[in-house]
Structure formats: structure tokens, C-alpha cells
Design a protein around this ligand. Structure first.
Ligand SMILES: Nc1nc2c(c(=O)[nH]1)N[C@H]1C(S)=C(S)[C@@H](COP(=O)(O)OP(=O)(O)OC[C@H]3O[C@@H](n4cnc5c(=O)[nH]c(N)nc54)[C@H](O)[C@@H]3O)O[C@H]1N2
Ligand SMILES: Nc1nc2c(c(=O)[nH]1)N[C@H]1C(S)=C(S)[C@@H](COP(=O)(O)OP(=O)(O)OC[C@H]3O[C@@H](n4cnc5c(=O)[nH]c(N)nc54)[C@H](O)[C@@H]3O)O[C@H]1N2
Ligand code: SF4
Ligand SMILES: [Mo]
Length: 714
């Protein structure tokens, strides 16, 4: 009897009584892999599984982060109600109370300290609709000039370099489908194998087709495994390396004279400068022998087709803009752009790292990649918004500079949406001290992040499974993220929260939308005629066509697969080459007797950014439970550091303690620490606040440090 019952019960336990499928897109990186979440009801339990769904970018693939993303969305720690800090403790309040509280404090701050005392800190992990709305919220509802976002720490150098050289910034000039047919590929400071894993098959196919792959990275990463040539560069010296490559390309006459003449300006100056350089000196600066520099240059120069990809390794430098421009010089000099299987890609970071940098979250920007200082652009956007152009604020300052203004008491209130700046900003000790000075901080998040912990009020937001909207992926392809799960508790979408606050502030008539699609239709008009023109894109088309590449100026327009086929986006149609000097701006962070090692920072496969989401996913968190320091065994022995031992790393700004991990894959003068942990393991406690003068990107990838074992070794 009992046996029979158990048998019956067990078979019931296996039996799926109900299955529901939710379409969505991964909330993490810029591949924006399409997925389906399968919810199975078995007896009283629900089981979840994520599977990839076919689409033109990720072709149905998912990496481990995508497969386990739902775990954070279902985590018990999700905030489900507005939380107000009372005597140091967060207590649940109603939305009505939360909105009253915001109104009272924002109006008080505006009266006491002026309109520009309020700042907005946004994100590239929110949808296009929300990014657009946040820019409008700052300018129309708060009337402040201070808005910027976490993309400043991410894509700003790539964006400013492409804007300066090409006249426009879309991450990839071509689609991923062309990669397998490119004969030579440079991957500079990009670890795609861990950071955009589902992109890898495009490069693996290229390799199968005989393409020659050059990886530039101070570490032999998972990506470097596919390289034919790995240039283990000294951190922060890529601009000089690109000069070396250019010098050889010009000397060996691999340049495309016709292309240069017809399509570019500035070549003569670049040629003069690189000709004056000595390759052996470049070898000394970069740590790459002149033979290897020559090999890279000849391989790249001699092939008919070639592509260059960069990411944060070369961009998160205090000369990041100039460095990217120097890689673009190589492409232009060899005529490898605007043609099939030739072109540039700045591998975008966050899920909406592309779209969120186009529609007005940047300090100096209006929707459609328009400029807030351009009178025509101001007049057009003011007309779309139904306001007077004179009422539009002027440009503000970058993300880190807003924090400096908080420290100085110029900004006293902040609205923070979808970012964790006390962990992700450089000089993190200072950032935390500054944010504590705010009279009022509102954080909109799914969790009580380290920064939300400091807030006066936390507003609960929806996750990717709940919040519908468009995301623009690394190709520049606008995609529709379907999302239909109900919000838990009293959670609201980011766009709803923005609209309700605007309404509480008496600006509801400018923010009366009933859906994300409603906002998108306004964004389409606002972007019309701009560089990032989305006018021809509709939700209906996105559903049918599975994504559209911008610019798409008209509903009959197919979207733009390849940029710069006949002209660049500057008024004269020409690309602007620029001389990039060898002397690294990063000199302040050069190793010295006191701080003898380079520290560089980056990512591991299983965690995402400051780890707030991935640490809430049991399957992902288990793969890397704590931070670590990658160090060459010879260097470790020199400093008396055992493998797996706790180490103190110190820079001019602060100290952290992490565990050592010996590896022969890293340069002997360099250590590497990932960025995904907070508090005493937050590597940003060590990073300098020096910024790239062109784009205000911090130099996350180069710091001078010293190390010592934490405990006396026996
Ligand atoms: N798993 C995972 N994936 C992610 C993210 C994540 O947090 N986790 N974040 C997403 C986001 S927002 C971003 S921006 C991207 C980042 O993507 P990537 O930029 O590819 O990632 P990083 O690890 O920051 O840096 C890339 C490589 O640069 C190298 N590097 C360091 N210093 C230098 C240097 O001076 N020169 C050169 N040539 N290389 C250098 C590092 O060793 C590292 O391997 O990834 C996205 N995808
Ligand atoms: N040293 C060093 N520092 C770095 C980097 C580096 O390479 N080295 N990389 C930099 C880069 S490239 C980046 S992109 C930054 C990013 O750094 P952050 O901007 O701090 O990014 P996240 O850790 O993703 O923080 C996002 C927060 O928003 C919440 N969140 C997630 N989705 C949503 C949503 O839809 N709505 C709302 N309202 N909240 C949400 C998450 O729970 C989390 O608390 O870090 C930068 N910092
Ligand atoms: S993390 Fe990136 S590559 Fe992985 S599933 Fe998500 S979007 Fe795709
Ligand atoms: Mo990023």
C-alpha cells in the first residue's frame, strides 16, 4: 500500500500539470539574447528553465548568465514596496506617501538651493523608452541641467572617438554576420569570451575560414585562446602600440591611397608623426617586441578585408578617446571600412549601452543623438515636448563630476535609477562620503544595493521579465523585449515611476503615457532627423522583423546594415584622422618604487558589474563567491604571496583585501582584480579619479599599486 502510494506520489512529482512560456531578453550584456522562460507547475511547486530563442544576433544561443538570470528576478530579497529610512531603518510606506515625500523634499531643495541642486543619475540597463523619459524628466519636470548616467563609465570613450572620427557613433559599423568572412581581426582590450559569450561563434567561424586573429590584452584571457597572435601589452600603452602598427603599415605601403584621398582628412599629419617614431622605443613603451608589432602590422595590412574591435581594455583609460581614434586611423589608412567584412566595432557593454546613449541621458545631449547646445536641436525637441526652447536647461557635467558637485554642496538632492555608483565609480571612498552629504537621495532599484542602502527613499522597480520595452543591442539593432510576468507586490516599472513623480510635481501633462509603446512613439518623433533616427521603427515592425538597425528614418526604410559605404557622417563626408601622441596621459599612474605594480580591472563570466543581481542568483554566485587577484607566480614569490592567500592591495587612494590566484597568463608587472564585489573587496577603492579630458571616462584600467600578504607567512 505504502509502496504504491509512494510510486504514485513520485510519478505525480514528475508530472507537469501546467506549463507557461514567457518571451523575454537577457537583462545583462549588449548581445541582448532572446530567450524564453519556461514555467512548469509540478504538484504545488513551480520550476523554471530559460532557453534561447532564435534571432539575428545571438542565433538562439544563451550563456550561463542568461540561463540563470531569472533567479535574481525571483529572489526573496526583491524590494516589493517603497521603503523610507526612518531613524536609520527602512520602513514600508505606500506609493502615495512616497510621492508626497519626494514632492516635499524636491520642492524644498529647489527653494533652498535652486533648480540645479537636483541631479539625475541614470543607466544604460534601462529601456530606450525609460532612458528617453529620464532625460525629459530632468529637463522638463525638474528643470535641472544635471543629468548623466553610468554609461559614462562604460561607452563614453568609444562614443566620443567614433563621433570625432566618423561623425557618428554606432557601436558596430557592420553586422555580426560579416565577421566570419573577414580575413584579419584585431580584438583590442576586449574579452568577449567572458563578456559577450554568445558572440564567440562568429569569431570561431572566422578562424575556421582561415582568418588571422590578433588579441591585444595584458592577460592571456579565454578570448586570447582563439588568437593567432597575442600581444601581451603593458596596461595603458595601446595608443603607442597602434602608432607602431601604423608606422609599419605606412612604411610597407599597405595603405589605400585612393580611399585616403577620397574619404579622409588628416592623413599627412598622422604619417609625419608616426614616421618620426622609433619602433624600438615603441617596443620599450608597450612591452611588445618590434618583431611582433611588425607581424601584426603586416598581417593586418596585407589582407583585403579586416576588422578592428575594441572594448573597455583600451577605452577605460585617461586617454581612451585618443587610443580608440588611433585604432580607427589604422582602419582608415588601410581603407578597411564601409565595405563588406571590413569595419569597426566598439563592443557595447550593458544591455542597452547603445540605445541609452542616444536619447538624452547624457549631460550634453537631446534625443536622437542631438546636442543640447545646438539652437536648432533645442527648438525641435522643445516643440516635440511642448515647451519653450528657453526653458530647456543647458548642458550639465559627467557622472563623476556630478559627484564632485555633491561633495562641494552644489548638488544636494539626487534621483538615482538603476546604478550602484558607490561601488562602480572610481575613488569609491570619496563617492560614498559625497553621497552621504546629500539632503535627499531617492534610489530606484530591485534590491537594496550598496548605494540604495544610503538612500532616504527606495522605490521598487520591475525586472526584465516584467518590464516591456525596446533595447538597442551592440549591432545597433533595435529589439523589442517582450515582458509579461506580473510585477510582484507593489512594484512599478521605471517609466511608471518617472511619470508618477512628474505628476506629483505638477508636470503630469508632459508625462501622460499609458504604455511603453506610447513613449516609444514619442521617442520616434523626437529622434526624427537626428543622427540616431528611429522614426521608421514601430513595435509592430519589431515583432515582425525581429529587430531593425538604426538609422531607420522612414516606415518603409529597411534599416541600415552597413555604415559609411559612400560617406562618413561629418558634413564634408570625410573621416577625420588624428595624430595620437605616444606620451601616455596615464603617466600619473605609472608604477614607481612606492607603488611598483600595475593594477588592471575587469570581469569574470558568471558575474555582472557590481554583482547586485548575479550575487542574488545561486547558480551564478556559486561559481565565484569572492573576489581575487590574478598574479604571475614569479611576482607573487617576489612579494612573498602564496597561492590562495589573502593579500592587501594598496594604491594612493585606499586598500582592499582579496585572495591571490597564481597564473602564468598575466604579465609579470601587472595584477588583475575583477569588479563584481563591494565593501572591503571593492577594487574601485583603489582607482584614481583622473578622467579622460575628451569624454570624462575614468582610468579604470591602470592604477599603480603595492601588495603584501595579509597574514605573516610561515
Ligand atoms: N560576464 C560579464 N559580462 C559582461 C559584463 C560583466 O560585468 N560580466 N559587463 C558588461 C559591460 S557593462 C561591459 S562594459 C563589457 C566589458 O567587456 P570588456 O571590455 O571585454 O571587459 P573587461 O574585462 O572590463 O576588459 C576587457 C579586457 O581588457 C583587458 N585590459 C586591461 N587593461 C588593458 C589595457 O591597458 N590594454 C588592453 N589592450 N587591454 C587591457 C583586461 O585584461 C580584459 O581582459 O562586458 C559586458 N559583459
Ligand atoms: N574598476 C572598474 N570599475 C568599473 C568598470 C571597470 O571595468 N573597472 N566598469 C564600468 C562599467 S563598464 C560600467 S557599465 C559600470 C556599471 O556600474 P553600475 O552602474 O553600478 O551597474 P550595476 O552594477 O549594473 O548596477 C545596477 C543597479 O541597478 C539595479 N537594476 C538592475 N536592473 C534595473 C532596472 O531595470 N531598473 C532599475 N531601476 N534598477 C535596476 C541593480 O539591482 C543594481 O543595483 O561600472 C563601471 N565601473
Ligand atoms: S549575458 Fe549576454 S551573452 Fe549571456 S545570455 Fe545574456 S545577453 Fe546573452
Ligand atoms: Mo559597461
Amino acid at each position: 500500500m505504502t509502496d504504491l502510494f509512494l510510486k504514485y506520489f513520485r510519478s505525480k512529482q514528475q508530472e507537469v500539470q501546467f506549463e507557461k512560456i514567457y518571451d523575454s531578453q537577457c537583462p545583462f550584456c549588449s548581445m541582448q539574447c532572446k530567450m524564453q522562460l519556461i514555467e512548469q507547475t509540478i504538484v504545488t511547486k513551480k520550476k523554471y528553465r530559460a532557453v534561447g530563442k532564435d534571432n539575428p544576433t545571438s542565433e538562439g544561443r544563451l550563456c550561463i548568465k542568461g540561463m540563470n538570470a531569472h533567479q535574481h528576478s525571483f529572489n526573496h530579497d526583491r524590494i516589493k514596496y517603497p521603503l523610507l529610512k526612518v531613524n536609520g531603518e527602512f520602513v514600508r510606506i505606500s506609493w502615495k506617501q512616497a510621492l508626497d515625500h519626494i514632492k516635499e523634499n524636491f520642492t524644498r531643495i529647489q527653494a533652498e538651493d535652486g533648480l540645479n541642486a537636483l541631479a539625475v543619475y541614470g543607466s544604460a540597463s534601462i529601456t530606450n523608452e525609460e532612458a528617453y523619459l529620464l532625460g525629459k524628466f530632468a529637463r522638463v519636470a525638474l528643470k535641472t541641467k544635471y543629468i548623466d548616467y553610468n554609461g559614462r563609465l562604460c561607452m563614453s570613450a568609444a562614443a566620443s572617438a567614433a563621433s570625432q572620427t566618423f561623425g557618428m557613433d554606432r557601436g558596430l559599423t557592420n553586422t555580426l554576420k560579416e565577421i566570419p568572412f573577414s580575413r584579419v581581426i584585431i580584438l583590442a582590450g576586449t574579452n568577449i569570451a567572458e563578456c559577450q559569450p554568445t558572440i564567440m561563434p562568429y569569431f570561431e567561424k572566422a578562424k575556421e575560414n582561415g582568418s588571422y586573429i590578433i588579441v591585444i590584452d595584458p592577460r592571456e584571457t579565454a578570448t586570447a585562446k582563439i588568437a593567432d597572435l597575442h600581444l601581451k601589452v603593458k596596461p595603458g600603452t595601446d595608443a603607442a602600440l597602434a602608432n607602431g602598427i601604423l608606422k609599419v603599415i605606412i612604411e610597407e605601403n599597405f595603405i589605400d591611397e585612393t580611399f585616403i584621398q577620397e574619404r579622409a582628412v588628416g592623413f599627412a599629419e598622422v604619417k609625419d608623426y608616426v614616421s618620426s617614431l622609433n619602433l624600438e622605443e615603441i617596443a620599450e613603451i608597450t612591452g611588445i617586441s618590434s618583431e611582433l608589432i611588425r607581424t601584426a602590422a603586416i598581417k593586418f595590412g596585407q589582407e583585403e578585408t579586416g576588422m578592428i574591435f575594441t572594448a573597455r581594455g583600451v577605452e577605460q583609460q585617461t586617454n581612451g578617446t585618443a587610443t580608440v581614434r588611433n585604432f580607427l586611423n589604422i582602419l582608415i589608412a588601410t581603407g578597411k571600412i564601409g565595405k563588406a567584412s571590413c569595419g569597426f566595432g566598439a563592443i557595447t557593454g550593458q544591455g542597452n549601452g547603445q540605445g541609452a546613449r542616444e536619447h538624452g541621458q547624457k549631460a550634453d545631449q537631446l534625443p536622437g543623438y542631438r546636442s543640447i547646445e545646438n539652437e536648432e536641436h533645442r527648438a525641435y525637441i522643445a516643440s516635440v515636448w511642448g515647451i519653450n526652447p528657453e526653458d530647456l536647461p543647458r548642458k550639465g557635467v559627467s557622472a563623476y563630476e556630478m559627484i564632485e558637485k555633491i561633495d562641494k554642496g552644489e548638488i544636494t538632492g539626487m534621483f538615482l535609477m538603476c546604478s550602484n555608483p558607490i561601488v562602480s565609480s572610481p575613488n569609491a571612498n570619496f563617492v560614498e562620503r559625497a553621497l552621504k552629504k546629500l539632503k535627499f537621495l531617492v534610489a530606484v532599484d530591485m534590491f537594496i544595493s550598496e548605494t540604495a542602502r544610503l538612500a532616504d527613499l527606495i522605490l521598487p522597480t520591475s525586472s526584465y521579465l516584467e518590464d516591456e520595452g525596446t533595447m538597442t543591442n551592440l549591432e545597433g539593432r533595435v529589439t523589442l523585449r517582450e515582458a509579461s510576468r506580473p510585477c510582484p507586490g507593489e512594484v512599478k516599472h521605471d517609466w511608471q515611476i518617472i511619470c508618477e513623480i512628474a505628476d506629483a510635481l505638477g508636470k503630469g501633462k508632459y508625462f501622460s503615457y499609458s504604455s511603453a509603446e506610447d513613449i516609444f512613439n514619442e521617442l520616434r518623433v523626437a529622434s526624427r532627423g537626428g543622427i540616431a533616427d528611429y522614426y521608421g521603427i514601430t513595435y509592430d515592425r519589431l515583432r515582425k522583423e525581429r529587430g531593425i538597425l538604426w538609422p531607420c528614418p522612414h516606415p518603409d526604410h529597411k534599416g541600415t546594415k552597413m555604415l559609411f559605404e559612400t560617406a562618413f557622417a561629418h558634413p564634408d563626408g570625410k573621416a577625420k584622422m588624428a595624430v595620437v601622441k605616444n606620451d601616455p596621459v596615464v603617466s600619473k599612474e605609472k608604477p614607481s618604487n612606492e607603488f611598483p605594480l600595475y593594477l588592471t580591472t575587469g570581469r569574470v563570466m558568471s558575474h555582472y558589474l557590481t554583482g547586485v543581481q548575479t550575487r542574488k542568483s545561486a547558480s551564478l554566485a556559486a561559481r565565484n563567491v569572492e573576489s581575487y587577484m590574478e598574479i604571475h607566480p614569479e611576482t607573487a614569490l617576489k612579494y612573498n604571496i602564496k597561492d590562495h592567500a589573502l593579500v592587501e592591495i594598496e594604491s594612493r587612494r585606499g586598500k582592499i583585501v582579496v585572495r591571490s590566484r597564481w597564473s602564468e597568463k598575466i604579465r609579470k608587472d601587472t595584477i588583475f582584480v575583477p569588479i563584481h564585489w563591494a565593501d572591503s573587496q571593492n577594487v574601485n577603492l583603489l582607482i584614481s579619479d583622473e578622467l579622460d579630458p575628451a569624454c570624462k571616462m575614468p582610468g579604470f584600467k591602470v592604477s599603480a599599486v603595492r601588495i603584501k600578504p595579509l597574514l605573516p607567512t610561515s
